[in-house]
Design a protein around this ligand. Sequence first.
Ligand code: ZN
Length: 469
Amino acid sequence: MLRYRRNWLAVVLIVAAVGVTMMFTVSVDENTGTPWKFYTDMDTLDSCRMGMLTVLADTIDVHTSAIGEGFLGGAVRDLGISGGQYLSTCGILMDSLGWTVQRAGDTLSAIYCHDQLSELRAYPRNRRGFYRICYTDGSPVDWEYVPQERWVRQRAISCEISTTVWDALWETALPEDLTESGILVNSRDSSRAVGYISELQRALTDRLFVYDIDFYYDVKVGDKLWIFIEENRYPVDGETGFRRILAAKYQFAYGGIAEAFPFFHRPEESDSAEIILDHYHRDGASLRTMFLKMPVPFGRVSSGYTDARMHPVLGYTRAHRGIDYAAPMGTEIYAVGDGVITLRGWSGGYGNMVRIRHANGYETGYGHMSNFASGQSVGSFVHQGEIIGYIGTTGLSTGPHVHFEMKRNGSYVNPATEIMPPADPLEGEELERFLAEMSVIEAQWSMLTGTDLPVPQEEPEAETQESVE
Ligand SMILES: [Zn+2]
C-alpha cells in the first residue's frame, strides 16, 4: 500500500510537471495556478465499494444523531450503541482517529444490517470528509478518515511586505473564486477568505519558518515572500481551499534567504508504516526547531497534558495543562528555547518557578524547582539548552519532578504536540528522492512565476565541499 502510494505520488509529480511544461511555455501572471486536476484516492474508491455492498444488503437501518456541546458519548448512545461496543467506538473515534474536538452540530450515522451494527460514520460540521468505523460481528475491525473527492492544483504566490505578512498575503494570495467572481467575497469580513489566509500564514509561521524567522521582530518592509502551494477544489460546492505548502522562500530586505521544503518520508529505523512530514533545507539538512522536546536530559513523563473538558467516556472534568517529568533531585533543568526570563521565584502551588518568554508569542514555565541556576535574574537572556534550575519538589508536589508548561499568545498549549523534534538529515536513497522531487517542484514553480527564483548564496566552506565531490 505504501509503495503504491509513493509510486502514485511520483506519477502525479511527473504528470504534473509535463502538464505544466506544455501549458506554460510563455510567461504567466504572478499568481495564476495550474489547471485543476481530479484527485481521488484508494480509500475513497474503497468507501464507494463498501457503500454499494451496504446498499445491496436486504435489511438496512440508518440511525442518525447530533452531537451536543462537546459530548460525544451521548450521541453514540443515541444510536443504540452500548456496553463494550460503546467504549470501543468512543475510544477509536478519539484515540485512533484523533477526533478530539467535537462541536455542536457534528453528526453521527450508524448503519445496521440485519440489526447488526456494520458501520459508523461521524461527520464533523466544518470538514468535508468523515470518520468511518467498520464492524464485523459487532466488533470494530477497520477505521479511517475518508476525505471527500476533490480537485487539486498548484499555485505560485509572490509578494513583497509593505506592512505585515498577513496584509501581503491578503493582497496577493487569495484564490480567484474568493476575489474575482464577486459572489463569495466583497469584504474583508468573509470568513472563508480569512480562514484561507489564516491557514496559509499558520503553515508558514508555525511550521516552515518557526525557528528561522521571528515573525514578530524580523519582518521588515521590503522583505519578499515566495510560496508554492497546492489547493483543493471541491466539486460539490466549487469552493477553493488551501491544502499545503510545497515550498517557500523568504528573502530579507537586509540580505539573506530562508527556505523550506516539506518532504514526506518514512525514517529507515522506524518499524511502523507511518509516513512523516519533515521540513528541510535544499541540501536535505533538517530545519532547526525552536524548542527542545523536554526540559530535562532524561526523565519520565509522570503526568501528561489534559485540557479542562468533559471526558467523553468517563464524563468528568480533569485538567493538567502541562507535562510532569519525574527525575532525581538535583537534575538540571534546561531552557527549551532561546528567550528572556520573565519570572524567577516562588509562585504558589508551582513552588520555585522560572518562566521564559520566547519568539513568536511562546512562553514556557518550569515549576517545583529545588534551586535556581546562579547568575540569572528576571530579564536575563538564556539560550536553548542552558541550565535554569534543578529538579525539586517545592510547592504542591508529591515527589521530585518538573512541571513543564507552554503558552502560545497567552493560551495553554500541549508541549507534546506543539514541539516538533528536529529530523535527521536525509541520506542515501531518501536524499536522492528529495533532491529529485525538489528539482521538479522548483522547475514548476519558476515556470508559474515566470522568473528565476532566488537561491541562497552558498557559504565558502560549502563550495569547497562540493568541489571535492
Ligand atoms: Zn504538573
